[in-house]
Design a protein around this ligand. Structure first.
Ligand SMILES: [Zn+2]
Length: 278
């Protein structure tokens, strides 16, 4: 599933292509026909990303809300728009560009109250400059759930996905099973700042790189990572491979129904010696 940086990139791209332009919107597949009619012929005023949610705002006060989920994807291009092919949920056309959306989890039109409700159930988004990480921290310190699961909870941190959750915990040297209530304020500040920096770099590069300059393939004289996700990482999808820092094989285990990866030596359990846990 795309992480928040991908949605912020899409918001910027769609703002560049469509903001200030009158658009026609339809649903060749039919599933979004009623919603499309509510915004067709209106001017798209702005776009916005909130975690993994994308919003297109229109001049009649309504907003198009898209969540890509696992299979959703956008394509865009210059006129003429191609003939509809496949399960085309939404098509938007302006005089200069077209946009197609297939396979999203959500594609709906929201009024301002529904947009406010959506934002209300999402936590702080590290990529938004208006984000306030304090409420998320208050909830984290009240929780006995593992910090890994808390980072993935979109009502705590909006936009953080599997790769960032795994990697930021490695970079902090933090045991992913640490209960939220044991996360001190300095530790949370560090996690939040690192997440913010890594995700902003993800927006700029369009891929997720999390290794420090001393652990790049060039610095370590190792082959670059080969993975469809691209990017140089410490633990994500590297089970059994040596840790770039200490050489210990990277561990893997399901946690909260998600794929957790960690280095048992670099991320020891609080109070436990290396590799003496679980
Ligand atoms: Zn290690």
């Amino acid at each position: 599933m795309p992480e928040g940086h991908t949605i912020h990139r899409l918001a910027a791209r769609h703002r560049e292509l469509f903001a200030g332009r009158r658009v026609t919107v339809d649903s060749p597949q039919g599933r979004f026909a009623a919603g499309a009619a509510l915004v067709c012929g209106r001017t798209l005023t702005d776009t916005e990303a909130y975690g993994k949610h994308l919003l297109h705002h229109f001049d009649n006060g309504l907003s198009l809300h898209v969540h890509l989920g696992l299979y959703g994807r956008f394509t865009d291009g210059e006129p003429p728009p191609p003939a509809p092919v496949g399960e085309l949920r939404m098509r938007m056309v302006a005089d200069t560009h077209w946009l197609e959306l297939r396979g999203p989890t959500a594609c709906e039109v929201l009024d301002p109250g529904a947009v406010a409700a959506l934002r209300g159930r999402l936590g702080a988004d590290p990529l938004r400059d208006d984000a306030d990480p304090a409420p998320a921290y208050r909830r984290i310190t009240a929780s006995t759930r593992p910090v890994f699961a808390l980072l993935l909870d979109q009502s705590m941190v909006a936009g953080c996905g599997l790769i960032y959750a795994n990697e930021v915990l490695f970079r902090a040297g933090l045991d992913p099973y640490t209960p939220g209530r044991l996360i001190g304020p300095a530790c949370w500040d560090e996690l939040w700042a690192d997440l913010r920096a890594l995700m902003k770099e993800g927006v700029a590069r369009g891929r997720i790189d999390t290794v420090h300059t001393t652990h790049t393939p060039e610095a370590m004289r190792r082959a670059p990572r080969v993975d469809r996700h691209g990017g140089e990482v410490y633990v994500y999808r590297r089970p059994g491979q040596p840790c770039h820092v200490c050489g210990t094989p990277i561990a893997r285990g399901p946690l909260a129904g998600r794929n957790l990866y960690w280095c048992p030596s670099c991320q020891p359990a609080p109070g436990a010696g290396p590799a003496s846990r679980r």
